[in-house]
Design a protein around this ligand. Structure first.
Ligand code: BV8
Ligand code: ZN
Length: 245
């Protein structure tokens, strides 16, 4: 079923990183970033996920995130997220995700670096007071800060914005010290996040890609497994249980 070299690596490994993108949440019903769903099909996400777009039309951008939050609130982690959480029984696991949907945490993973923020958190662009999504009166249009009246935005990293340094640095260190770096459900076109698996490779980690199609990263991967994350990850976990039993 799986490549012999890969099974040997699973046997020897101590530290594992899972670098994940929108594809791991696809089977939970969350549209992938490029496959933007429904009414947003006509607009490129990059035109909405930027500070300029927000300042140009705060209500539209807020509605888009409210739309995505509503989808996320009605989904739950899938077998792929749960398998990654269960890997913690056998290895020192770090999850590095580009996703903002909080599903890894809800599946039980305990060490997570969120490179692009988290849609459950919001803050005032004026005084940086934080608001959790549920506490915001879900009025139509962008909510205003209770303290200063400023516009409230989602705590996600938009295009043209820098990533949270503590998250990026922690993720890079974990990747460089990993024995295996799984790259799951990402097109690997968004930077600087896409540098993480490259740093792992340069530091000698064994790169395993799990995707339904080849990507920008495929040529760098030591092993590519084509299939759905929600099916492949539980199959790998079964192999681990055999190896570790
Ligand atoms: C930065 C949060 C600079 C928001 C996101 C021009 C101007 C400014 C910057 C740039 C520019 N040109 C390029 C850049 C750099 C830019 C960038 O990389 N652009 C790309 C598009 C070329 N990066 C930035 O802007 C970053 N900041 O550079 O700042 C700077 C530097 C110093 C000082 C000041 C400024 C910030 C990037 C972060 C943007 N925010 N998200 C939100 O989500 O609303 S990125 C967004 O894209 C999501 O995080 C998402 O994760 C990511 C897309 O990647 P994927 O997760 O891979 O999703 P995608 O849909 O692409 O792919 C899904 C994959 O899953 C596919 O391969 C598919 O085959 C697979 N799949 C599907 N189903 C399954 C599956 N696999 C397995 N199983 C399945 N079932
Ligand atoms: Zn404020």
């Amino acid at each position: 079923m799986f490549d012999k070299k890969f099974l040997e690596k699973l046997n020897e490994a101590k530290k594992i990183v899972f670098f994940t993108g929108a594809g791991i949440s696809a089977e939970s019903g969350i549209p992938t970033f490029r496959g933007a769903d429904g009414i947003w099909k006509k607009m490129k996400p990059e035109e909405l996920a930027s500070f300029d777009a927000f300042m140009r039309n705060p209500d539209l951008v807020w509605e888009w995130y409210q739309h995505r939050r509503n989808i996320i609130n009605n989904t739950k982690p899938n077998a792929g997220h749960y398998a990654i959480a269960e890997f913690e029984k056998y290895y020192d696991v770090t999850v590095v995700t580009q996703n903002i949907d909080n599903l890894h945490r809800r599946a039980g993973s305990t060490k997570i670096f969120e490179l692009h923020g988290n849609i459950e958190r919001n803050y005032c662009i004026n005084c940086r007071t934080f608001y959790n999504s549920p506490e915001l009166e879900i009025t139509s249009g962008v909510p205003k800060c209770k303290k200063c009246g400023g516009l409230i935005r989602p705590d996600v990293v938009w295009f043209g914005e820098v990533l949270p340094q503590d998250q990026f640095n922690g993720a890079e260190a974990a990747a460089e010290y990993s024995d295996i770096c799984f790259v799951v459900g990402t097109s690997a076109v968004v930077y600087p996040a896409a540098y993480i698996p490259m740093s792992a490779k340069q530091a000698g980690s064994y790169i395993v890609e799990i995707n339904i199609e080849p990507t920008e990263l495929t040529r760098y991967a030591d092993y590519s497994i084509f299939g759905k994350a929600g099916e492949v990850l539980p199959q790998i976990l079964e192999e681990v249980k055999k190896i570790k039993s």
